[in-house]
Design a protein around this ligand. Sequence first.
Ligand code: SAH
Ligand code: F3S
Length: 436
Amino acid sequence: MTRKFFIQTFGCQMNVYDGQRIAAMLNKHGFSQTENLADADIIILNTCAVREKATNKVFSALGRVRRAKKTDALFGIVGCVAREAGETAFKRIPDLNFVLGPQSYHKLPEILENPDIKLFNIDLTGLEKFDELPQMEKSPTVAYIPIQEGCNHCCTYCIVPYTRGRELSRPFKDVIRDTEHASETGAIEICFLGQNVNGYKYTDETTGKTYRLSDLIKETAKLVNIKRIRFTSSYPTEMTDDLIDMFRTEPKLLPFLNMPIQSGSQNVLTRMNRPYSLGLYIDIVNGLKSARPDIQISSDFIVGFPGETEEDFEQTMEIVKRIRYINSYSFKYSPRPHTAAALMKDQIPESVKADRLAKLDSYLNELQRKFNESCIGKTMECLCEGPDKTGKHLVYRTPYMQQCIVNTIKDNQEKQLANIRITAANKASLRGDIVD
Ligand code: SAH
Ligand code: F3S
């Protein structure tokens, strides 16, 4: 009987990618995937540590796993919580079998060969995992391709530089090999991933040539099967002219960009160690708009950063009004271990954070609804994600990552990319009809 694995992924797209590679690795070892915990011989929680709530979620999920699993099933955590918790994870859950950091999960097979060990490795081994893991046999329609690991920016609130280490860009030819493989095995859209994706910089030692993200985009755009290209997440000051120019010259690059500002207050940005001026950020947005007039920008925001005054928060609301962001993420500041901001004075009370978040969210939602409504009557080329839960509709993704529900499934089934005329909209999604 084939052995089975169960994997649950939390957090970012990088984790989704890691989860897919773990699944491919276990498939190669003769395991098949199950959605049923009680059937699994090995259970992996692929974890996120970016906010305290995310970490807590993992430990409560581990409690559930222990109760539901077969007695002899192996279980453990991989990813950022493994690195955050380190060996204390075994203290909290003594029967845990493995704890593997985000750069060492390729060592998982060691426990398959030797199930009695406690497998522990949270080393920052750099790009080693990319060489060790097998490719997926079939690519999803949207292929997420990491182009770097780690981050050098050291924002004072962020645990990522600790959990994923210093920034390392993958060799240009390795990334292109992955995009070609994805394109040959079913991908239509490529999304390049990195914590600081637009900081990608790789110098080929033999030729001395330095490659940037714009080079990856140009090379990928040559693949005929690939119709859409995007990247996430961008750091404002790494938005170089060659990259901005791509929005002018490369039609496969979607007119949508996630470029987190985090706060609209210059004082808060300084304490966050995000040393760009608001003026520069606005100039970059204007540069992007002149390169691609239909571009829309999304952002991440943190409210209630230590010392954030009511006036600082109002400045965040002001910048939202000015840029008119769509599709954004907003979070209450959460103190994290190994970060400078956790030690700052003037931590903001939870109730104040909650009030500010509610105010920001309601404004972001209103902007999203207005943008969605402005799409009514337009025709957009959208990518199919598959049927919805009822099976009666197809769900598509617009170039702006809006969800668009198509009314009829008849005859449309095979249409992975379709021109859709938008007929209705609310805050959460669009509705439309396929025109060709
Ligand atoms: N550049 C990264 C950002 C990683 S964290 C990327 O590729 O997505 C994602 C977002 O989580 C950040 O942009 C920030 O808005 C939020 N975040 C990070 N640390 C946080 C903390 N301590 N509290 C609240 N939000 C946080
Ligand atoms: Fe974190 Fe700032 Fe890097 S948010 S991932 S340290 S750009």
